[in-house]
Design a protein around this ligand. Structure first.
Ligand code: ADP
Ligand code: GLC
Length: 486
């Protein structure tokens, strides 16, 4: 059988540009797919950090006359694991200070429709007979709203290949005024309920969900949840209608990048067989954040975007009570201004007990995963979540709200699950500060039973979160959409 060729289009890919888990997935999944024989090329916008890190590259195409869009070109290079990388170079849209979606003060870029309209359009051109490239994909794999118009453009193109769209977070939809349809050169007829229209506006994500050949999401549980009103963000009807074309597959992790036995960011490496180094990592983290270097007091870690989704308001609310248990808190994150301020204020009020770093630091994120005793992730909803996977790999049991991918990847610790070796953390139902507090207390009680705690940590480290089985599941979805048998 001919090799399967897939264009993977994404708005972020680690380590070139990252705001969250999508970047990790966009690096690790293509690598896992190539390892099982799928020829993946990744397409990403040429933001400043991407251009700065792009080593050897060549210009392979220019697009001067796409109606509605400024001129752009494609640069071909390689990313980690030698994966072919196509960078969409359009300086007027992508080369500016700030993040991929927002300016330095946290406001969405005013021209996001055009910026991600172009990304979607170019992916569709590459998947149609109009492509200027010699490499032709069999299928385009889109990710989130930023690529949501690709399936729509492909639908209206000549000799176009099929597409799938992966939902990493239904809360972000790319909603713009109706006139955007014409500006982005889509046929006016697609502005309908059977198309890109969403409650009177146009929605990039809705377009993707409507026109893609298949919809995937990043955990089986989230695939069920988004068909319900509570977490369907207004798209539950469409998702339920398309349920036979909707598959939830749990994300994996890059087990080389996230490996406590080799992690260069750690003060000391350690493994499941010999966890002694973890104590040194705890002490290093305590020192780094100005916490009292007491080896006995349980240290809770947080690495997160500071948003409503992540439920950190509940943790901040009970933080003073946690210090009395006693427990320490090490937090890294950025986002919502009020949450940032509250975290900083708490660190100020409880020196030696609460440490907060507001910002983005890859190194510190690894140091928290390793140095904390337990990891807190009380997300209101969580499509998959990667940090609870990293923390398990680092022998740092996660404490999570029982939702989305958290429920699919963390087994609550009870006498029975500890006994049968499946326990890997602590879960709670009912999104209240009190429920979180009780669950943290439950974890801390077990922490003081050194033998049971060691068993729990070893269970966590023995779990397999590699991408292999999910990569095979994605490949099966590709083949299904293409109507090909193995
Ligand atoms: P989401 O994508 O919703 O933010 P995930 O758990 O899937 O949540 O992925 C978050 C990723 O972003 C992880 O790799 C995490 O370590 C990283 N991350 C989040 N905030 C920070 C930060 N402030 N500094 C470093 N890494 C961060
Ligand atoms: C999103 C989700 C997160 C998921 C990540 C990667 O950012 O919020 O749960 O792990 O995408 O799929």
């Amino acid at each position: 059988m001919a090799e399967l060729k897939v264009l993977f289009v994404t708005s972020e890919v680690a380590p070139l540009i990252k705001t969250g888990g999508l970047a990790d997935v966009s690096a690790a999944l293509p690598a896992a797919l190539r390892a099982i024989g799928v020829d993946v090329h990744v397409l990403v916008p040429g933001y400043n950090p991407v251009m700065a890190q792009l080593a050897q590259h060549e210009a392979v195409a220019t697009f001067d006359d796409l109606p509605g869009f400024p001129s752009s070109r494609l640069l071909f290079g390689r990313m980690a694991h030698d994966i072919p990388l196509l960078v969409l170079d359009c300086p007027s849209l992508y080369q500016r200070d700030g993040g991929p979606y927002q300016d330095v003060s946290g406001h969405d870029w005013a021209d996001n429709a055009l910026r991600f309209g172009l990304l979607s359009k170019i992916a569709a051109v590459l998947g149609s007979s109009a492509s200027p490239l010699a490499w032709h994909p069999d299928l385009v794999h889109c990710n989130d709203w930023q690529t949501g118009l690709t399936p729509a453009y492909l639908h209206f193109a000549q000799d176009a290949v099929p597409s799938i769209i992966a939902i990493h977070n239904l809360a972000f939809q790319g909603i713009f005024p109706p006139a955007t349809v014409q500006q982005l050169n889509l046929p006016p007829s697609c502005f309908s309920i059977d198309g890109v229209e969403y409650y009177g506006s146009m929605s990039f994500l809705k377009a993707g969900l409507f026109y893609a050949g298949h919809i995937t999401t990043v955990s089986p549980n989230y695939a069920r949840e988004i068909q319900q009103e509570e977490l369907g963000f207004g798209l539950q009807g469409l998702l339920t209608m398309r349920r036979d074309s909707l598959t939830g597959m749990l994300n994996g992790i890059d087990t080389e990048e996230w490996n406590p036995a080799t992690d260069p960011h750690l003060a000391r490496q350690y493994s499941g067989a010999d966890m002694t180094g973890k104590a040194a990592d705890k002490q290093a983290l305590q020192n780094k954040l100005g916490l009292i270097p007491d080896p006995e007091v349980p240290l809770l870690g947080v690495v997160s975007r500071f948003t409503h989704q992540k439920g950190l308001d509940l943790l901040l609310e009970i933080a003073p009570r946690l210090t009395e248990l006693p427990a320490q808190l090490a937090m890294l994150g950025s986002g919502d201004a009020l949450l940032q301020k509250t975290a900083r204020d708490l660190a100020h009020r409880y020196p030696g007990k609460i440490g907060a770093v507001v910002g983005f630091s890859e190194a510190l994120s690894h140091q928290i995963e390793a140095g904390a005793d337990m990891f807190v992730m009380p997300s209101r909803f969580e499509p998959c979540g990667l940090n609870q996977l990293y923390s398990q790999r680092y022998g740092t049991p996660p404490i999570v709200h029982a939702t989305g991918g958290l429920l699919d990847s963390v087994v609550d610790c009870t006498p029975a699950t500890l006994e049968d070796g499946t326990a890997s953390g602590f879960t709670f139902d009912g999104m209240t500060a009190e429920n979180l507090f009780i669950t943290i207390q439950r974890a801390i009680d077990l922490y003081h039973d050194k033998i049971k705690w060691k068993t729990l940590c070893e269970n966590c480290m023995a779990k397999n979160f590699s991408w292999q089985s999910s990569a095979e599941a994605y490949r099966a979805v590709y083949l299904k959409v293409l109507g090909r048998q193995e």
